[in-house]
Design a protein around this ligand. Structure first.
Ligand SMILES: [Zn+2]
Ligand SMILES: [Zn+2]
Length: 578
């Protein structure tokens, strides 16, 4: 159980994660009904309760602990009915966005002169509550929605709502006056401006390489020979760290517009360049390979559109654009299911003035090919911002033999998928998203060809491959059972996925048809644990994922930790199997 799990309006918890939490059922004096709390939270709440009674004769009890997602919905509906939507949104969390859904939240009540005082804002001035809230951290609890932090937590001040996070973190947050969202805010991040473009990407790489050059040997990051060049002559750069015999491969930006993945891989490299001790255990025995940009062309196309939109804007204006973009993308997700607004693509408004001209002269050849694709296939040029494919219009994640066999014909018959907001884009032809390509040998998808050659060189000594994608908070681990895999390899992959999920609370997906490149890799390399990780739980590539800076930082830090721990786990499993 990860007691530090962040659940808020941006970070929904999945039912699968709730199902794994051990809940304790109990009764108390205050409530007529059974109450539930997560096991350790229950024990620590009781310790807190006894302590405040011993010290000050304060009688406190629990009003509400674990609340099922169904009950959250009911409560929300009741408040909406009674006080209106705005009030309900401020005080009651929607299902799966409440800490009460994970059993780590405690709404307490105080008994005074023989009666329980209903918890309300008045608790702010109540001596008993003031005392409890000043020592709660010693028992691992924080006042989760403090006064003055409403913008950050998304909730109004609730002096009665405690959240269990463990003694160490609670004490740190209390002493530094931080909320759980701000937990990583004081720590150093490389990218002051995480929204990269090609130029920034290359200069950050230089910073990382320089920074690590005087490090202890295991922490020295070196540039290796490039994997090769793309169709428009961009290097697929490759970096390496560690001195071990076993290998782990990390890549970002298979999809061009998933720019948060490149930011993440650079932050991960930076953490190693700063000799973060979490990597100490693995770098002696493992060599880590980084390919931050598998698809530089798609990245250049998408980031050129962002640069165009952000030109001359200050940070606040940029943030407003990102938030609006996210909101519009959410509306589009709803609209595709309603006949009336079906053809509105609100999120494209942000990029509506973009044309291929926003791609600079430096990338002239790439730009002219994109111009041609847009013209030949009658694409809206606002699609440049969300360009997922490479410069030839091939979606690298879709480009693999299972798709050639099973999906090619299907795409020709149903080129307009009805389930996403790009449902006006023909996927049977080269374009921004979803086009399978011709084969794995074709130069049109040379990035995959080069990536496969690279894996082939190392594969017998490779333990794991981490393929980073952008949205959803999910880990794709084991595809269907028809794959030719040994028991041991299935076990190892699932254990790795569980470890990753422990630190991120991401949902593990292991029963899906093979539609993506990670499934192909698993089928080809039985002994390698291949994980595809959907990084952020904020949706809407390319800029929606950055629309909440706290969430961005949280995503980066928890995934760095998850990567380090999962790599360690892979190594341990390998040794156990020797
Ligand atoms: Zn509460
Ligand atoms: Zn993706």
């Amino acid at each position: 159980m990860n007691h530090q799990m962040l659940v808020n309006k941006f970070n929904k918890v999945y039912q699968e994660i709730i199902d794994r939490i051990e809940m304790i059922e109990f009764k108390n004096e205050y409530s007529k009904f059974s109450l539930f709390l997560e096991k350790e939270t229950y024990e620590m709440f009781n310790n807190l309760k006894s302590y405040v009674y011993e010290q000050k004769k304060i009688i406190m009890d629990l009003e509400d602990g674990y609340r099922s997602p169904e009950n959250s919905q009911k409560l929300y509906d009741e408040y909406k009915e009674l006080y209106g939507v705005e009030y309900a949104q401020k005080y009651v969390a929607l299902p799966y966005t409440s800490e009460h859904n994970i059993g780590l939240a405690c709404d307490y009540v105080i008994k005074k002169d023989g009666i329980y005082i209903e918890n309300s804002l008045d608790y702010e001035l109540l001596d008993e509550s003031i005392f409890i809230n000043s020592i709660a951290h010693e028992f691992g609890f924080i006042v989760r929605y403090p006064k003055g932090k409403e913008e950050i937590t998304g909730y109004n001040y609730e002096p009665w709502h405690l959240r269990y996070v463990g003694v160490e973190l609670a004490t740190y947050l209390f002493l530094n006056n931080l909320t759980l969202e701000e937990r990583f805010d004081l720590e150093h991040l490389l990218l002051a401006d995480p929204i990269l473009n090609y130029e920034k990407y290359n200069s950050y790489i230089e910073i990382i390489l320089n920074k690590s050059s005087n490090n202890k040997k295991i922490y020295q990051i070196k540039e290796e020979k490039e994997l090769g060049k793309t169709n428009f002559d961009y290097s697929i750069r490759h970096f390496r760290v560690g001195i071990g015999q076993k290998h782990i491969i990390v890549n970002g930006n298979t999809h061009g517009c998933e720019i948060i993945t490149a930011s993440f891989v650079l932050e991960l490299m930076n953490k190693i360049a700063e000799q973060d001790s979490m990597f100490e255990h693995i770098l002696n025995e493992i060599t880590i390979h980084f390919i931050p940009l598998l698809n530089p062309e798609g990245f250049i196309i998408s980031t050129s559109a962002i640069d165009y939109v952000f030109k001359g804007k200050n940070d606040k204006e940029k943030l407003d654009i990102m938030i609006e973009y996210l909101e519009n993308a959410k509306k589009d997700d709803v609209n595709i299911n309603t006949e009336k607004n079906k053809n509105q693509k609100l999120h494209r408004k942000t990029f509506e003035n973009c044309t291929p001209d926003c791609i600079s002269d430096e990338h002239r050849n790439l730009r002219e090919n994109i111009r041609k694709l847009i013209k030949d296939y009658n694409l809206p040029s606002s699609i440049l911002g969300t360009w997922s494919a490479n410069g030839m219009g091939v979606d690298l994640n879709k480009n693999h033999p299972f798709n050639f066999d099973f999906y090619k014909k299907d795409r020709e018959e149903n080129p307009y998928p009805q389930f996403d907001r790009n449902d006006d884009i023909d996927r049977s032809k080269p374009g921004p998203i979803g086009y399978i390509g011709d084969s794995l040998d074709s130069n049109d998808s040379i990035e995959n060809k080069l990536f496969l050659q690279f894996i082939e060189r190392l594969h017998s000594d490779t333990l794991g491959i981490f393929l980073y994608h952008s949205v959803g908070g999910m880990i794709f681990a084991e595809v269907n059972k028809e794959l030719p895999r040994t028991e041991e390899s299935i076990y190892n992959t699932n254990e790795a996925a569980k470890e990753y999920s422990h630190y991120t609370s991401y949902k593990i997906i292991n029963e899906v048809p093979i539609m993506a490149f990670n499934g192909y890799l698993r089928s080809k390399y039985n002994a390698i644990s291949v994980l595809l990780i959907e990084l952020s739980r904020i949706r809407a590539n390319p800029i929606g994922t950055f629309s909440n800076p706290y969430n961005y930082k949280y995503t980066i830090h928890t995934n760095c930790e998850a990567f380090a721990k999962t790599s360690e786990k892979m190594l341990r499993l390998f040794k156990e199997n020797l």
